[in-house]
Design a protein around this ligand. Sequence first.
Ligand code: SF4
Length: 266
Amino acid sequence: MPTSASRTRPTPAQQRPPPAHLGEIVSRLRARYLPTLPAPRRWPDPLAGVLRTILAQQNTRAVATRQWEALTLTYPVWEAALLDGPDGIEATLRRAGGGLTRIKADYLYGVLAALEASRGELSLRFLHDLGEEEARAVLEGLPGVGQRTASLVLLFDLVRPAMPVDTNIARVAARLDLVPEAWSTNRTEVWFGEVIPRDWETRYALHLSGVRHGHETCTPKRPLCGQCVLRDLCPSAALFVEGVSADPGTRNPDSKKPAGIRRAGR
Ligand code: SF4
């Protein structure tokens, strides 16, 4: 039952209403990075997507790919991984390199064991027949699967209009002053989920183009504001000197946040 506090707590979008130019931001990012939308990664069984996304957590793409290849070579069927147990899975991941192998192995084994116990088969095909919220609840009930991992599987593997937000998208959103800097990526993800049209293509394009924008242009330390398609819409552009680190102390000392720009904690 909701408490009086939860009934009165504003949602992220109520706390920070979307600006009128949000649609322009979305369409410029898509035009810049994704003039042609790539085909989604479609796997018949979302279990592969869950396991692969767990490997990608806090890993580079190269390491996650190596670990995935080692996993699928060692275990042609997931029943073999379940039989091998967490120690065997960890040894397989360790041979592929990368860190956090114990935690990942426990999560992977935990997912397989949970499916065996609850459904008697190592498959998540049944998620295709569930509504988005039901599917999310199942996913978030699995070991190692939080809000963002569930959103990624929903968007990529189940072709549902989820809106996963990573650190790239969260950083861009804060610099554009769409959300307060102090918000967590999960809260920013809820905000995007409230304000972006609920259709798969729009959200898929925004996720991919937002991640690329954060990787290629709005980078953590050296944002390339001079080349940015959002520069005239971005209150942070004036804070950065082109090509100079944005670490405190190396921001443009002559620039100030324009008056009227909302800051964290609003
Ligand atoms: S203008 Fe600079 S800070 Fe703003 S979104 Fe573009 S790259 Fe990021």
